[in-house]
Design a protein. Structure first.
Length: 171
């Protein structure tokens, strides 16, 4: 199967040779900068995300965004006034926009330490998602971009597991 056929089959809960392998949200620019320091070829700059994806062995993938507010889209438009309609509203809500997060960050430290132990934790997550992958209609991916805290080595472990589990999900 090629990648468009594979995608359509997965989304239709049909049999595939393997699941698609891609990153729907790609990587942060700071992630790519870190990875350049860790061995990612410098001829793969941030703006060449499709070349980076290909170098990692991921399937070709591109998103197209369609505006729901342009006249070219035929859809019922709903307008709901937001919480901030003028400067007075902004001044009232501003103190709650930027709360301090030190205690929440400190409470996450044990989780971060666990996550640093990059393969067992990733494998456990793939195992948790394996039933969804086998059922169809689901494509595993990093949740909302790969942040700069992820090393190139950790990402390569993820890619190895992605390859293993996307192949195993096919009947």
């Amino acid at each position: 199967m090629n990648h468009p056929e594979r995608f359509r089959a997965v989304m239709s809960f049909q049999t595939v040779d393997r699941l698609p392998r891609w990153e729907w949200a790609m990587w942060w620019d700071r992630t790519i900068a870190r990875w350049h320091e860790e061995g990612l070829p410098r001829n793969l700059p941030f703006h060449r995300v499709f070349d980076i994806a290909r170098s990692f062995g991921l399937d070709p993938y591109q998103q197209f965004w369609f505006s729901t507010t342009e006249a070219t889209i035929e859809a019922v438009q709903h307008h709901v006034e937001g919480r901030v309609a003028d400067m007075d509203d902004y001044h009232c809500i501003r103190p709650r926009l930027y709360p301090r997060h030190e205690s929440a960050i400190e409470a996450m430290r044990p989780w971060a330490d666990r996550q640093a132990r990059g393969e067992a934790a990733m494998r456990a997550e793939f195992e948790r998602l394996a039933p969804l992958m086998r059922r169809g209609g689901f494509i595993p991916s990093v949740d909302h971009q790969t942040p700069p805290e992820v090393s190139l080595e950790q990402y390569r472990i993820y890619l190895r597991l992605l390859e293993e589990y996307t192949a195993a999900a096919a009947p």
